[in-house]
Design a binder for this molecule. Structure first.
Ligand SMILES: CC(C)(COP(=O)(O)OP(=O)(O)OC[C@H]1O[C@@H](n2cnc3c(N)ncnc32)[C@H](O)[C@@H]1OP(=O)(O)O)[C@@H](O)C(=O)NCCC(=O)NCCS
Length: 188
């Protein structure tokens, strides 16, 4: 997907911020890892709601998947990642029992994190139609994601953009998660 866009976003308190959105490249890996660590640390005792991707997973995704960054004043402020509709253990459809032949129908919205200084500009929701567009371009029909039942902000944002809970299970080595699904087909 081609993406290189300047957007201006407003918080409910009136703050205004400009972001540059573009697809991430392999050379962005260190900035993504640094932001991911900062976000995880900022959650303190609530860390279980956010499971980090490994360096290897992020490096793989920068080659194969849809990785979008939002830069504010030249620094990475937010990141989101959709795993392509490919045969992989990272394709969440496997967790729902979909066989390899069916995985091309499903993308996985794997992670989104926003620097604490840039929360409240609605970036998680803004990213959604961009990932939907990428999913359609790749020929997928459905998107899946996981959200912790204890993560009200992420749960609100995913449901507000069309996702519905289809299952609740223990994942990622022992944490509670909803699996959510939505259609991304034409008009979906
Ligand atoms: C979930 C997350 C991506 C949402 O970021 P966002 O898109 O900037 O959030 P929104 O713009 O929807 O925020 C809406 C409101 O909730 C508040 N909010 C958002 N995330 C919050 C958080 N983690 N803690 C407290 N308040 C938060 C915002 O300040 C805003 O408040 P306001 O309406 O009074 O202005 C962000 O909180 C985050 O990075 N969390 C940690 C990582 C995570 O849980 N990722 C999702 C699972 S992969």
């Amino acid at each position: 997907m081609e993406l290189n866009e300047k957007i201006t976003r407003k918080r409910t308190n009136g703050d205004i911020q400009e972001f540059l959105l573009r697809c991430c490249r392999p050379e962005d890996l260190e900035a993504i890892l640094t932001l991911q660590t900062l976000v995880k640390t900022s959650l303190g005792g609530y860390g279980e709601i956010f499971v980090e991707d490994t360096r290897e997973e992020l490096a793989e995704s920068l080659e194969l998947d849809c990785c979008i960054g939002a830069w504010a004043d030249g620094k990475l402020a937010a990141f989101t990642l959709s795993i392509a509709n490919r045969i992989s253990d990272r394709n969440l459809a496997r967790k729902l029992g979909v066989a390899d032949e069916g995985l091309a129908d499903y993308v996985t919205y794997d992670t989104t994190f926003v620097h604490p200084d840039f929360r409240g500009f609605g970036l998680q929701q803004y990213f959604m139609p961009l990932k939907d567009r990428d999913a359609r371009e790749r020929g997928a029909s459905y998107a899946l994601c996981t959200v912790s039942p204890d993560n009200p902000h992420s749960l609100y944002n995913t449901q507000a953009t069309g996702f519905q809970v289809v299952r609740r299970c223990t994942m990622y080595g022992g944490v509670d998660r909803f699996i959510l699904e939505k259609s991304v087909g034409q008009g979906g």
